[in-house]
Design a protein. Structure first.
Length: 183
């Protein structure tokens, strides 16, 4: 048993770090959601912030948009030119994706400074891409409502998860180059 543990030490380290980080951040996020309901921002601060940023971006593109709280669920309605187009729910705020991204990077951590800098830069990039994704899907649904399902379930998740995957590849390649230089 000890031979296998020694042989797969790096794999075990990755799995343990990934699962620990993912569990810790997920529990923290669960408590954030639990305690953020009923405060100033509806449905929660992060979702409200994403909705506000999307509304600002859509307005800057020359459309008349607004966001209003949904009457019967914890979401915000995104309205363009007086037409209710989409709802922004907690899952749209990209925090779950950021938790997944961060857990992977921590599991492959280099040194604290470079790991933290990559997590911050990657998170900003993922958040920005998420905003663009929501804006694009909303405008696409506004102009092409028949394609709502394929846009929402296939094309746009591919964009955000594709971005995360590319960042992971960049991080692993960077670490691989550092390891080769140190050999």
């Amino acid at each position: 048993m000890g031979i296998y543990f020694a042989k797969y030490k790096l794999v075990i380290r990755f799995i343990v770090l990934f699962l620990f980080t993912y569990a810790l951040l997920s529990i923290a996020y669960k408590y954030y959601l639990e305690f953020s309901t009923g405060f100033r921002y509806f449905p929660d601060y992060a979702t409200n912030l994403v909705a506000q940023h999307c509304d600002n971006l859509i307005n800057s593109l020359g459309y008349q948009s607004s966001i209003v709280p949904h009457e019967s669920e914890a979401s915000l309605k995104l309205i363009i030119e007086g037409t209710y187009i989409a709802r922004i729910v907690e899952g749209c705020n990209s925090i779950s994706i950021l938790i997944l991204f961060t857990s992977f990077i921590v599991a492959f951590a280099d040194n604290i400074q470079s790991t933290l800098m990559f997590i911050i830069a990657g998170s900003i990039l993922i958040y920005s891409m998420n905003l663009l994704r929501i804006v694009l899907i909303t405008l696409a649904i506004y102009h092409y409502p028949a394609y709502h399902e394929i846009l929402h379930t296939i094309v746009f998740p591919l964009i955000i998860y594709g971005m995360v995957f590319l960042l992971w590849v960049k991080w692993v390649r960077r670490l691989n180059m550092i390891n080769k230089r140190n050999e």
